[in-house]
Design a protein around this ligand. Structure first.
Ligand code: GLU
Length: 297
């Protein structure tokens, strides 16, 4: 079965036709709505994970609720027509569920924007979160992280015709858009005096504002921006070099050390799986990166 990323590279009508083929090509085993049609991971059997309140909850519910992004192409994206999720983060999330013994049809993906991640975890609305979630000390005061499983850095997206913004040094007097509750908006507010900011809950809304000309740039992790740029190569471009370091972690409830250690071990032992996921998603653009070392902070 083709995955979303091979289809994504096609345009317009071809994309829809290919999507139809891919769906019917599943031989009757099409993924349930809301789930990913990405390749299945080997589902672990008889997982014994003692001392994890989150795993106990998963077992009694017989399903996993994973917080994700839904509007970030290549990372965490929901196809509005099929309801299916795809992307690097979605596959990492699915792999972790499989390592706990839960196949795709036991996963419920819950789209949660940047600003609501910590509360979704502390309220128990989700079991864990996988969605461009930078490991920071401030967040670690409320939740725990496994990882990192990916490293990127803050970048800039501008209109293709823009020749005044070439890097973060050109932002003074400009209006820059990012998501509420994110590390990039905080960085701009704290370290870039003279830069005007616009905030939305979702990056896709910033991208719309950029396309319509109501903001001058969108700033967030370069991995996210590259996904948006690849969807609109005639309208948008990524400029400059990454100017922060963002280490992506899997957000888990604070104090659930058993679950955090389990995910860290799955990531550490699963180098081949990580590479398979990368190659099938972000790596499609031709870039090659190594899996970061899990630092067990
Ligand atoms: N990685 C950054 C953060 O966690 C930006 C991306 C996002 O908002 O998800 O805040």
């Amino acid at each position: 079965m083709k995955n979303f990323f091979s289809r994504k590279r096609l345009g317009g009508a071809a994309l829809i036709a290919a999507a139809a083929i891919a769906l019917t090509g599943c031989g009757g085993g099409a993924a349930a709505p809301g789930n990913t049609d990405n390749p299945a991971f080997e589902v672990a059997k008889d997982v014994a994970l003692t001392g994890s309140p989150t795993f106990d909850k998963i077992k009694s519910a017989d399903k996993i609720r994973i917080g994700v992004k839904q509007d970030q192409p290549g990372l965490g994206f929901m196809d509005a027509q099929t309801g299916q999720y795809s992307g690097f983060d979605i596959q990492i999330a699915t792999w972790m569920a499989a390592s706990l013994g839960y196949p795709q049809d036991k996963i419920e993906f819950k789209p949660i924007p940047s600003a609501n991640r910590e509360s979704a975890i502390t309220n128990g609305d989700i079991d864990y979160y996988v969605g461009t979630y930078s490991i920071t000390d401030k967040r670690k005061a409320l939740i725990d992280f496994a990882g990192p499983y990916f490293i990127t850095g803050q970048g800039l997206l501008v209109q293709k015709s823009n020749d005044t913004i070439k890097s973060e040094k050109d932002l003074t007097g400009k209006d820059v858009c990012s998501a509420t509750g994110s590390t990039p908006i905080q960085n701009i507010k704290e370290n870039f005096p003279g830069v005007k900011t616009t905030e939305f809950d979702l990056y896709s809304k910033c991208v719309e504002a950029l396309k319509s000309g109501s903001v001058d740039a969108v700033t967030t992790d370069q991995a996210i921006l590259l996904g948006f740029a690849s969807q609109s190569p005639d309208a948008l471009k990524v400029v400059g070099e990454p100017f922060t370091v963002e280490k992506y972690g899997i957000g888990v409830p604070k104090g659930d050390t058993a679950l955090r250690t389990f995910f860290n071990k799955t990531l550490t032992d699963g180098g081949a799986t990580w590479t398979k996921i990368y190659d099938a998603t972000l790596g499609k653009s031709g870039t090659k990166v190594e899996q970061p070392k899990v630092d067990q902070y």
